[in-house]
Design a protein around this ligand. Structure first.
Ligand SMILES: Cc1cc2nc3c(=O)[nH]c(=O)nc-3n(C[C@H](O)[C@H](O)[C@H](O)COP(=O)(O)OP(=O)(O)OC[C@H]3O[C@@H](n4cnc5c(N)ncnc54)[C@H](O)[C@@H]3O)c2cc1C
Length: 468
C-alpha cells in the first residue's frame, strides 16, 4: 500500500511522486500501514527506519531505484531474502531496494538449468526444481534468499557432490551502479561473473540467476544423531576421522548446542548441552544407511533420526530452530584441518555456551568445493576442508552484547589466523571483507569494484572499497 508522499524525509515530494507514479511494484514510506513489516528483516538485532522501501516488481523498478539512490545521494540497501547477519539489507534514512516480489522461476528440465529471479528463497527454488527431480546446493534454512547466499558463496547439503551455489551459477542479469542491465557469464563480462561468485553484493543488483541443476532425490538419506556432551572429545575426533573417509555424496556437520524440547529427544536432556551430528546423503538411496553409518556411531547415541526424507522437506527441517526476529550474530573461521589444537578449542568452547540458543557448528567442506581452482571464483578458500560457524543468539537485546563477545572469542580461539566466510560475517566492518578473501583475491575484487562501482553506491555489504 503506497501513500501519497509528503515533503518529509530526505527525498523531495515532487521527486517521490514522480518516482512512485512510475513504479510497477510498491513503495513504503514511514507512516504507511505496511511500513513496519516492510522495514523488518530476519535478524531482530537490526531495527532500522529507512526513508523509503521499494518493493520492485521487475528490472525497470530496480533500474529506477538504483537511479533514485544515485541522483539523491542516498545510501542504498539491497534485499533478497533479508537474512543478512550483519544487517546489510536495511538501514536508517536511506532506500531499501527489496526484491521479495520478484520470485519468478523457470526450470528447463531438458538441459537441467533454471532461471530464478533474485527475490526467491531456497524454499521457492527447491519446490520448482524438485518437481523435476533436480536441485542446486541451497541453504540449511529454507527461508534464506538465493541472492545473498549465492553471491557470497553458498554452503549447503549438496556441496561436496555438486559444489557451492556459486559454483553452479552459469549466468546472471545485473543492474550496475550506472543503471545499466548487463548479463554476466563465463563468456560475457567474465570478470564480473567471477566477482559475483563469492564477492557479495558489491558490483550491482542481480535481478536473476541462472543455475546448473543436478539430479537429486526426490528422496535423500538425511537427519541428525545426538550424543552426550561429556563425549565431546571422542565424538569430535571420530567425526574428523569419518570426514576423511566420507564420499562426496555425503555432507555433514557437527552442532555443539543445547538440546531443544523436541519430541525425539528424551525429556531428561532437554535444556542440557548436547552434540548433534547432521548429514545428507544425496547418492543412491539404497546406500544411505551404510554411507551415513560411520557418523551415527561416534559415541553413545541419545537419539538417531536419520531417515529417507524428501529432499525439499529436509531443506526445511531445521527452519523452526532459526526463527525470525530474535537477535543473531555469526562469526566464522575456515580450517584447513581440525588439528589437535582446534579440537581442544572446540571442546573447551562448547563448555562455555552462554545460553541455550548459542551454537558452534563445524561443517565439512572439501569434495567438489575443494576441486574448484581458487582463482576461478571470488570465493577464495578452496583449500580449507572445514568451517566453524559460531552462532550467538538472544531472544532480544538483553545479554546480546555479551553473547557477541563470546562468539568473537570462540572463533578467535578455534582459528586464530583463519579466514572468514563472507556470508557468516556478523560484523559490518571493512576488515571482514579482507579476512574473507585474502590479499590476492581482494586486490582483484578492488579492480572489479573500481570498474563497476567506483563511487561505492553498493556499500552495504562486506565492502570492497574502491580505490579510484
Ligand atoms: C538462518 C540462516 C541460515 C543460514 N544458512 C546458511 C547456509 O546454510 N549456508 C550459507 O552459505 N549461508 C547461510 N546463511 C548466511 C546467508 O547465506 C547470508 O546471510 C546471505 O546473505 C542471505 O541472503 P539473503 O538474500 O537472504 O540476504 P539479504 O539480507 O537480502 O542480502 C544480504 C546481502 O546480500 C547482497 N544481496 C542481496 N540480494 C542481492 C542481489 N539481488 N544482488 C546483489 N547483491 C544482493 C547484499 O549485499 C545484501 O546486503 C544463513 C543465514 C541465516 C540467517
Amino acid at each position: 500500500m503506497t501513500t501519497t508522499p509528503t515533503a518529509s524525509g530526505p527525498i523531495g515530494s515532487a521527486t517521490l511522486t514522480e518516482f512512485i507514479a512510475g513504479l510497477r511494484g510498491t513503495a513504503l514510506l514511514p507512516g504507511d500501514a505496511d511500513y513496519d513489516r516492510a522495514r523488518s528483516v530476519w535478524n531482530g538485532a537490526h531495527d532500522r527506519r529507512p526513508a523509503l522501501v521499494v518493493r520492485c516488481a521487475g528490472v525497470t523498478d530496480v533500474i529506477r531505484t538504483v537511479g533514485l539512490a544515485r541522483s539523491e545521494g542516498l545510501p542504498l540497501a539491497v534485499r533478497g531474502g533479508g537474512h543478512s547477519i550483519a544487517g546489510f539489507s536495511t538501514l536508517d534514512d536511506g532506500i531499501v531496494l527489496d526484491l521479495s516480489l520478484m520470485t519468478g522461476i523457470e526450470v528447463h528440465p531438458g538441459d537441467r538449468t533454471v532461471t530464478a529471479q533474485a527475490g526467491c528463497t531456497w524454499k521457492d527454488l527447491d519446490a520448482e526444481t524438485q518437481q523435476f527431480g533436480l536441485a542446486v546446493t541451497g541453504g540449511l534454512v529454507s527461508s534464506t534468499g538465493i541472492a545473498g547466499f549465492t553471491t557470497g558463496g553458498g554452503i549447503g547439503w549438496l556441496m561436496r557432490k555438486h559444489g557451492l551455489a556459486c559454483d553452479n551459477l552459469i549466468g546472471a542479469h545485473v543492474v550496475t551502479a550506472d543503471g545499466q542491465l548487463v548479463h554476466a557469464s563465463a563468456s560475457e563480462n567474465a570478470e564480473l561473473f567471477w566477482g559475483l561468485r563469492g564477492g557479495g553484493g558489491n558490483f550491482g543488483v542481480v535481478t536473476s540467476f541462472d543455475y546448473q541443476l543436478h539430479a537429486v532425490g526426490p528422496t535423500v538419506h538425511s537427519g541428525l544423531v545426538f550424543y552426550p556432551a561429556e563425549e565431546a572429545a571422542q565424538v569430535l575426533a571420530g567425526y574428523r576421522a569419518s570426514c576423511a573417509a566420507a564420499p562426496d555424496e555425503l555432507t555433514t556437520l557437527v552442532n555443539l548446542t543445547t538440546a531443544p524440547p523436541v519430541p525425539f529427544l528424551p525429556e531428561a536432556v532437554h535444556g542440557t548441552p548436547i552434540i548433534g551430528v547432521g548429514g545428507c546423503w544425496s547418492g543412491d538411496p539404497a546406500a544411505g544407511e551404510s554411507a551415513t553409518a560411520p557418523f551415527r556411531s561416534l559415541g553413545t547415541v541419545i537419539a538417531d533420526v536419520f531417515a529417507a526424507n524428501p529432499y525439499a522437506g529436509w531443506q526445511q527441517a531445521l527452519d523452526p530452530l532459526y526463527p525470525r526476529g530474535i537477535h543473531n550474530y555469526f562469526r566464522s573461521a575456515f580450517l584447513r584441518e581440525v588439528d589437535e589444537r582446534a579440537l581442544r578449542a572446540l571442546e573447551e568452547s562448547f563448555a562455555t555456551l552462554p545460553n541455550p540458543l548459542a551454537e558452534i557448528h563445524l561443517q565439512h567442506l572439501g569434495g567438489a568445493v575443494g576441486r574448484v581452482p581458487a582463482q576461478d571464483t571470488a570465493y577464495a578458500f578452496r583449500d580449507q576442508e572445514f568451517i566453524v560457524n559460531v552462532i550467538a543468539r538472544t531472544p532480544d537485546a538483553d545479554g546480546f552484547a555479551e553473547s557477541v563477545a563470546w562468539a568473537r572469542g570462540v572463533a578467535a580461539a578455534i582459528g586464530p589466523d583463519a579466514g572468514t566466510y563472507v556470508n557468516f560475517a556478523g560484523d559490518p566492518d571493512p576488515s571482514m571483507a579482507q579476512a574473507s578473501y585474502g590479499p590476492e583475491t581482494y586486490r582483484r575484487l578492488v579492480e572489479l569494484k573500481n570498474k563497476y562501482d567506483p563511487t561505492n553506491l553498493f556499500r552495504l555489504n562486506q565492502n570492497i572499497i574502491p580505490t579510484r
